[in-house]
Design a protein. Sequence first.
Lengths: 107, 415
Amino acid sequence: MLTLTCPCCGVAAEETELAPGGEAHLKRFGPGASDEDFEGYLFARKNPKGVHFERWRHAMGCGKWFLAARCTATLEVFGTYKAQSPEPPPEIIAAIKARRPDWKGYS
Amino acid sequence: MRRYSVFAVAREALRFHAGWGRAWAAPEPKRKYDVIVVGAGGHGLATAYYLGRNFGIRNVAVLEKGWLGGGNTGRNTTIIRSNYLQDPSAAIYEKARSLFETLSQELNYNVMFSPRGLLMLAQTEHEARGYKRTVHANALQGVQTEYIDAARVKALVPIINIEGPRYPVLGALYQARGGTARHDAVAWAYARACSDMGMDIIQNCEVTGVRSAGGKVQGVDTSRGSIDCDKLAIVVAGNSSVLAEMAGFRLPIESLALQALVSEPIKPAIDVVVMANTVHGYMSQSDKGELVIGGGTDGFNNYTQRGSWHHVEETVRALVETFPIISRLKMMRSWGGIVDMTGDRSPILSATPLGNCFVNCGWGTGGFKSIPGSGWAMAELIAKGAPGPLAAEFGLNRFREGRFIDESVAAGVAH
Ligand SMILES: Cc1cc2nc3c(=O)[nH]c(=O)nc-3n(C[C@H](O)[C@H](O)[C@H](O)COP(=O)(O)OP(=O)(O)OC[C@H]3O[C@@H](n4cnc5c(N)ncnc54)[C@H](O)[C@@H]3O)c2cc1C
Ligand SMILES: [Zn+2]
């Protein structure tokens, strides 16, 4: 079972306590954006086989949103961090690089 | 190709079954093909088959990273139905279902199509109303379904608990010609027919890159070398985003794990397929006697073909309420597949931003039933470069234009 540590309350939460929220760090486009940008924001997903940044909510715990870095090919968890982060923080990037030396990096 | 028949069985019985040839060839890749299909699941193989059968395009290779039929095609619970709500879905799923009726004869291979009848239980007033609406829609679409009451459900499924404590059975959406087929046999039958037409099915050949020039596809790089092609079809279900990245575009797809399980074999107990979408589980009995069980997907992106335990628990819990007599059965095996989910729960059969590159994906939790229809429509799209009536509404542009084919209600559970 997947276990993620909630950065808000510090609990190591099991999957049944968590609600998944899809890809993290999507750039929002709204009124005035081009059709392409708006479509991309709503629908296009990286869905990588490997390192993935995603949103989770500690639904059956403190109720707060947070972000996680995880490998979709092995289910390894690299770390969790605050939902307010505009991009993955350096310590998360370092944790991923330590485990995946040939990872292309966050883009 | 040697035809399979009762005479062939008799002949082989007299000579120690030494004369059965290989069902399909194991060729080395050529340098170039007219069409390369990536992925030898049911959809890829059916695409190749109908390219040859309907359009005479036979210089075709189907490249498979593992063994043919080893993806979702060999992992699903084999439910076949066409009782969808929206017109474009009803058209392609009913085309597929009707092709299944004669597939064994057409391909000279027993795919064990068993139109044993399929029920989707209505267990809330909302669901009952929704299914009545579907029956009316199906009547207009020419798909034969009916709404039946609880007494008729009980007559068709004696082991069901109609008075379920939380969700009594109010009625059901019944498709008498829905049912099951043998999943492996569907892949094998198409593979054999493709090989017989001179097409190359190349297993253990992983596509690792897509080559293009001037906005048009040139060929692919594989674990068995570079191969050129005029046209490329990406038909890889849960791996669609990976291939799309190689080809330089993104898809509205997320890859999730979906699981199934089977019980120990028991005597015949249920001779229809029952789906219970409110409580989230479905069940049928295989010819071997195992109860074949499935439920919902996990919620997070996953490529490991392993799902979460609590989904198995939820599914079994729901089915024990619905069929109390199964509560003492042992479950023998469970497994997972990676399904390709779109936002509107409808598939994508489409041209792509890369010229001469086509994609067939997004069948998600329910694309076994559509294999013949999907192959039929995809072959037309590839051969003509533009979709025919079956594929027309399933293009990638529907997301930009807001023309969704919303089937998330009709497909409450994964099947
Ligand atoms: C547990 C479960 C239960 C299901 N139950 C039902 C059901 O009851 N009814 C129903 O209609 N549908 C059901 N489905 C859905 C159905 O299985 C799929 O929609 C369908 O099989 C998809 O077929 P496909 O040919 O597109 O994909 P697949 O059969 O997955 O074939 C894709 C192939 O592409 C290959 N591939 C991937 N990447 C590469 C690469 N880089 N190079 C070369 N080859 C590659 C894979 O190895 C694979 O063999 C279920 C699915 C699952 C997982
Ligand atoms: Zn918390």
